[in-house]
Every structure is written in structure tokens, then in C-alpha cells.
Design a binder for this molecule. Structure first.
Ligand SMILES: Nc1nc2c(c(=O)[nH]1)N[C@H]1C(S)=C(S)[C@@H](COP(=O)(O)O)O[C@H]1N2
Ligand SMILES: [Mo]
Length: 426
């Protein structure tokens, strides 16, 4: 942080100088507020000798000043860390790609270590010839690269009954967005032979992992033949152990639970298995006690990552960058609106680039903050025309029994001090 680097004046001094310039001093004023002396003339410590050689860091980790930008778990959420969850520090990241080292993990029976030589993937069931692929076999199929978000269906699930966890990392951090390299599942199914094409519409695949939980899920054949990837690289390098090394399934736009890690088996079947993960879990209990099932697609959603409880405003009035993430499992983000008054009025934010299908979009709203309190909200719209609902609108349809698929609008109460808190407005 600034203090550890010893370069910036204290926050107090900074606020004083910003205040001296007065509100609305503009960008030049804000830049000058960084120190009393506009010019840096002295030779600084780090220029008096040599830095480290290229052999010091064969594989780099973030510099120590960034030690705070890490995955975190919430201890009371689960009984142990084996069947548990940690959260991406989205409040501290920018752009859209999530580095693997801080991308959330969700395990039902812990992260296993599975070496490439031991890896096998079986395709069986209603195929012409059941096959077992080694890792080397998978590498010989034509490959594709795609960026997709992976969101756990339970993301924001703790917020159904009202504002609870104080930070975007905890309310919205069960998401990551990576560039995957892999082979379309379609290619492996075709290799095994799917029989006459006409019969496929009522077929399903059951996908299973090699870990003790197996995390089995049924996927309709239409999706399996569409954009599902059998992936072995993320952001250019091998998958990390915790994300399913050496091979995981990527099921674009659909709930994270279906993205089976340590993928070991794909069975073509006549119908769904109705496994634990798609009946007692990952279904949505409605107000009348019945459960919605097959709610695979992650609806459009967004969150302001900064300012937010873990990323307060650290300067006075004047230029302020409001930023966040938006995504939709149905397609691309078309527009994001931001409100500073709890949803009474809205301004259209700037997308950092055109929305990409089933991938995170980064938005910015650059404002001249007058230093007063704000109730910050963001509202995403995707290319189907769907608009992210308020939490009240969601509860009207879904009741209060749900955990999964909470894509309601989030509110941060930003105080005059710049600190922010998780609140709900209705
Ligand atoms: N084999 C296996 N696959 C799994 C899981 C698991 O426990 N075992 N967890 C699932 C759940 S619930 C989610 S949200 C995603 C999380 O992927 P990540 O750990 O890479 O973030 O993996 C899914 N795939
Ligand atoms: Mo999940």
C-alpha cells in the first residue's frame, strides 16, 4: 500500500491538500494534490543501486505490497475448508481477466492432485464405441480459445434475506473470468460416434469428476454439442490444481457447478441422472415449497467493485472513478447503468470494450464527486433485452427460500468519509 512504499504523503495530509484546492478542482488539481512539490528532483533510493537479476524470480508472484489481494473464505459459512468456498478479490482487480492465483475455488471434497500421465477421460454410454482418452490424446484434437465467466450458482446467495457480507469479494466474488484453451466436447462425442443424427435431441450427457465428490451433472445434448469445452489451459498456462488440473469442463453461461473439474467421465444417456447436485442441491425452493430445477443459465448481473466496502474512496471531492463488472449467461452485456442515489436516477456507464458473449464486461462511470453520501447501484442489460432486477423484484417471484441464482441489484452506502457499507434499499 502507499504507506509501505513510503512514497505518498499520509492520507490525512492528502485530504488536507485536496480540500485546500476545493471541490471540483479537476484532474490537474487532483494530480497536484499528490505532494507539495510538483517536481521530483532528488535521486531516489531505488535508483542508487541495481535491482534483482532475471534469475531471481523464475515464476513470479505479486510484489509484497499487494499481499492483500488474495482469495478469502468466510469461516462460518462451511464446517471445514474441504467442502468449502473462497472468494475472488474482485474489489481489488481491474480489467476483465481473473488471474488464476486469486480466482475463487469451490470444492465438494477438496482439490486433488492428478498428474497428466495418470489422467484418463472415458466417453461411454449410448455411443458407437466407448473410448478412453489420455491427456496426450486430447492434445491432438483441434483446439479453440474462448473467454468465459464461471459463476457459482450460490454467488450472492447469503444476501437473500438482506444485506449481510461487507465486501464485493464476499457478496459477488464466486466468479472468475479466464481465457480457456481446449477441445470442443462435440469433437470427443463425434469421435466416439453418436449414432444417427436424428435421435440426439432427447439425449443427455452425464459428466463426472475424478475427485471423491465426483460432482456429477446432467447436461442436455443440445448444450453439449454447442459451446462446451474440454479445457486444459486457462489464461495461457496449465489449469491450477484447484481449478481442475489437468482437464476441466467449461460450460459457458451456465452455473459453475456444471463446470466439472478433474473431468474423468462423460456418459451419453437417454435422460438426466437427477443426481444430488441437481436435486437436493442447485435447485431453487420457491415460496410454496416446490423447487425449480434445471435453472442452468446465469442471468444478467453486475456489481460495483470500487468504491465498495473493501475499496473505500481515499481522496476528497473531485474526480472519482466508479467501476464494476457485468455479465450474462445468455449473451453479451449491452449496457450498464449506475445510480448514485439508490435507484432514483440512472446514468449510463462506459463499457471498457464491447460486451463479449458469456464473459465479464468492465464498466466505468467517471464522475465529479461532491463529497456527499451516495447509494451506489449498478444495473446490467444483456443483448436479449433482459434487465437486472432489484432484490425486491426477485423476492416477489422467488420468495425467501432461495439460495442460488440471486442476481438482484447490489447497493453500497458510500459515506462522506469515503467508506462504504453493504446495505439494501427498497
Ligand atoms: N470435480 C468437481 N468439479 C467441480 C466441483 C467439485 O467440487 N468437484 N465444484 C463445482 C462448483 S460448485 C463450482 S462453483 C465450480 C468452481 O470452479 P473453481 O473451483 O475453478 O472456481 O466447480 C465445479 N466443479
Ligand atoms: Mo458452485
Amino acid at each position: 500500500m502507499a504507506d509501505e512504499q513510503g512514497r505518498h504523503p499520509s492520507r490525512r495530509a492528502f485530504l488536507t491538500s485536496a480540500a485546500a484546492l476545493g471541490a471540483g478542482a479537476g484532474l490537474a488539481g487532483a494530480a497536484r494534490a499528490n505532494g507539495p512539490d510538483p517536481l521530483i528532483t532528488e535521486v531516489q533510493d531505488w535508483a542508487r543501486g541495481f535491482g534483482e537479476g532475471v534469475d531471481a524470480t523464475p515464476y513470479g508472484l505479486p510484489i509484497r505490497f499487494e499481499h492483500d489481494v488474495i482469495r478469502r473464505n468466510v469461516e462460518w459459512l462451511t464446517a471445514d475448508t474441504i467442502s468449502s468456498i473462497n472468494f475472488t478479490p474482485i474489489h481489488a482487480l481491474d480489467g476483465t481477466i481473473t488471474p488464476q492465483g486469486c480466482a475463487f475455488e469451490r470444492h465438494h471434497s477438496g482439490a486433488i492432485e492428478l498428474a497428466k500421465p495418470d489422467y484418463r477421460l472415458m466417453v461411454n454410454g449410448l455411443v458407437d464405441k466407448p473410448l478412453v482418452f489420455t491427456y496426450a490424446d486430447l492434445e491432438r484434437f483441434p483446439r479453440e480459445n474462448h473467454v468465459y465467466f464461471c459463476e457459482c450458482a450460490a454467488n450472492s446467495g447469503m444476501e437473500w434475506a438482506g444485506a449481510q457480507l461487507n465486501g464485493a469479494q464476499f457478496t459477488h466474488g464466486m466468479i472468475h473470468n479466464m481465457e480457456y484453451t481446449g477441445v470442443p466436447l462435440r469433437a470427443l462425442l463425434q469421435e466416439a460416434g453418436l449414432g444417427p443424427a436424428g435421435d440426439l435431441s432427447d439425449k443427455w450427457v452425464f459428466v463426472e469428476g475424478a475427485d471423491a465428490s465426483s460432482n456429477g451433472r446432467s447436461i442436455p445434448m443440445e448444450k453439449a454439442l454447442d459451446d462446451v469445452l474440454v479445457a486444459f489451459k486457462a489464461n495461457g498456462e496449465a489449469l491450477r490444481k484447484e481449478h481442475g488440473y489437468p482437464v476441466r469442463l467449461v460450460v459457458p453461461g451456465w452455473e459453475g457447478n456444471m463446470w466439472v473439474k478433474w473431468l474423468r467421465r462423460i456418459e451419453v444417456m437417454d435422460g438426466p441422472v437427477e443426481s444430488r447436485e441437481e436435486t437436493s442441491k442447485y435447485t431453487d425452493v420457491l415460496a410454496d415449497g416446490t423447487a425449480r430445477k434445471w435453472t442452468w443459465v446465469m442471468d444478467a448481473k453486475s456489481v460495483i467493485t470500487s468504491p465498495s466496502p473493501q475499496s473505500p474512496i481515499t481522496h476528497g471531492p473531485g474526480p472519482l472513478v466508479i467501476t464494476g463488472l457485468a455479465w450474462s449467461g445468455h449473451g453479451a452485456i449491452r449496457r450498464v447503468d449506475v445510480s448514485t442515489d439508490g435507484g432514483i436516477s440512472w446514468q449510463t456507464a462506459r463499457l471498457s470494450r464491447e460486451g463479449e458473449s458469456k464473459a465479464l464486461s468492465r464498466f466505468y462511470l467517471d464522475i465529479d464527486w461532491d463529497g456527499s453520501e451516495m447509494l451506489l447501484q449498478s444495473r446490467a442489460m444483456d443483448d436479449t433485452g433482459y434487465v437486472q432486477p432489484t432484490k425486491d423484484q426477485l423476492r416477489e417471484v422467488r420468495g425467501l427460500n432461495s439460495v442460488y441464482h440471486n442476481n438482484g441489484i447490489q447497493t453500497w452506502h458510500v459515506k462522506t468519509s469515503g467508506e462504504a457499507e453493504n446495505v439494501e434499499v427498497s
